[in-house]
Design a protein around this ligand. Structure first.
Ligand code: TXA
Ligand code: MG
Length: 328
């Protein structure tokens, strides 16, 4: 992949115009959403989409989420059952991705869908992202804007740390608000299958769907959800109640004496999600070798936080053997 100069664009009118022009011309532009920064490409252009995989160093053509500015655009790409319509109405714009059967009118290219007969669709709740999607006028394929295997970016500088020289631009919209990726729910029939916990908590979804189905019970999985993922350089030890020699502490709710950082001193799941990736990056930058993480309760966004922490802590020997250990 060729070395290029990465522009940092302000999220103002001029920056948006330039970012939209770049995307329409097949360039790679990272942009903010409420969850994490995405690495955007024109989802209808296989050459641009191939560039996303190359820039991230993704080991396989894992399907990408197509971002759209409104429901009309979403309905062109995916087939909405009544249950899917209900979920979209309740949670869009917002941190929910719906995996639906691909519509006959779809414009998103095969490569962006990983060749699947389904499509992941997301309508983000972020003013800059929505303005960009409207200006481009085509769906934007966007995985998280990090190098494959690494922690997702929560601000423009994190994107540059990972991808400077490998992408054309980043639109700087400041810090993200949610901090963990979208919840992914597949609705291929009458059932709602939870593929990835994320920014919409399970309890809120289940009010509409009844008990969510686990992917093992269904036929579908998110191909990117492998065991080791979202990992900092340092190793992690979870559910730590004390610091051992050589460890750096990542606390939750002020329960781990001597910890370097706290995800949320007041023990709040939403605040902890917002801090998760920035804190992991800070601990990496501080040279920590082993991070001991305090227990985080499963309530609310705790389910998504614990999912990411487990993947960050998972054995990385798959990578050492040269096996694809991360696809997101
Ligand atoms: O919050 C988010 O979802 C962020 C922002 C940028 O929107 N995006 C994100 O994308 O996290 P990524 O590529 O890092 O993770 C997307 C996940 C992958 O695990 C992928 O396998 C799954 O979504 N996915 C996408 N399309 C799918 C499909 N048709 N069927 C099953 N899984 C799908
Ligand atoms: Mg990712």
């Amino acid at each position: 992949m060729s070395q290029r100069r990465t522009l940092c664009l302000a999220a103002d009118a001029a920056g948006l115009v330039q970012a939209a022009q770049l995307l329409r011309g097949g360039a790679l532009v990272a942009f903010p959403t409420e969850t994490v920064y995405g690495l955007g490409a024109d989802a209808t252009d296989p050459r641009a989409v191939a560039g996303v995989y190359a820039a991230k160093g993704r080991p396989a053509f894992n399907p990408l989420i197509a971002h759209v500015p409104d429901l009309t655009a979403a309905r062109r790409e995916g087939r909405f059952s009544p249950l899917a319509e209900k979920l979209a109405e309740a949670f869009w714009p917002g941190p929910l991705t719906l995996v639906l059967p691909v519509a006959q009118t779809a414009s998103v290219c095969d490569l962006a869908r990983g060749g699947l007969p389904t499509i992941g669709l997301r309508l983000p709740a972020h003013a800059t992202a929505l303005a960009l999607l409207q200006a481009v006028g085509r769906p934007i394929a966007a995985p998280s804007a990090n190098r494959s295997g690494h922690v997702s970016p929560a601000r423009a500088q994190h994107v540059l740390d990972d991808l400077s020289g490998r992408i054309d631009a980043v639109l700087d919209g400041g810090d993200v608000s949610v901090g963990v990726e979208s919840t992914i729910v597949a609705v291929l029939d009458e059932r709602a299958v939870l593929l990835r916990p994320g920014g919409v908590a399970r309890a809120a979804l289940e009010k509409l769907t009844g008990p969510l189905v686990a992917p093992q019970d269904g036929v579908i999985a998110a191909p990117g959800m492998l065991a080791s993922h979202y990992a900092p350089r340092a190793l992690l030890r979870l559910d730590a109640n004390e610091l051992r020699a050589g460890e750096t502490g990542l606390d939750f709710g002020g329960r781990l004496p001597g910890a370097a950082l706290d995800l949320s001193p007041r023990g709040d799941d939403v605040e902890a999600a917002a801090n998760l990736y920035a804190h992991l990056r800070l601990l990496d930058a501080s040279g920590a070798r082993m991070i001991a993480v305090a227990p985080v309760p499963q309530d609310g966004l705790g389910e998504a936080i614990n999912d990411r922490l487990r993947r960050a802590a998972a054995p990385r020997d798959a990578a050492a053997k040269g096996i694809a250990h991360e696809l997101g």
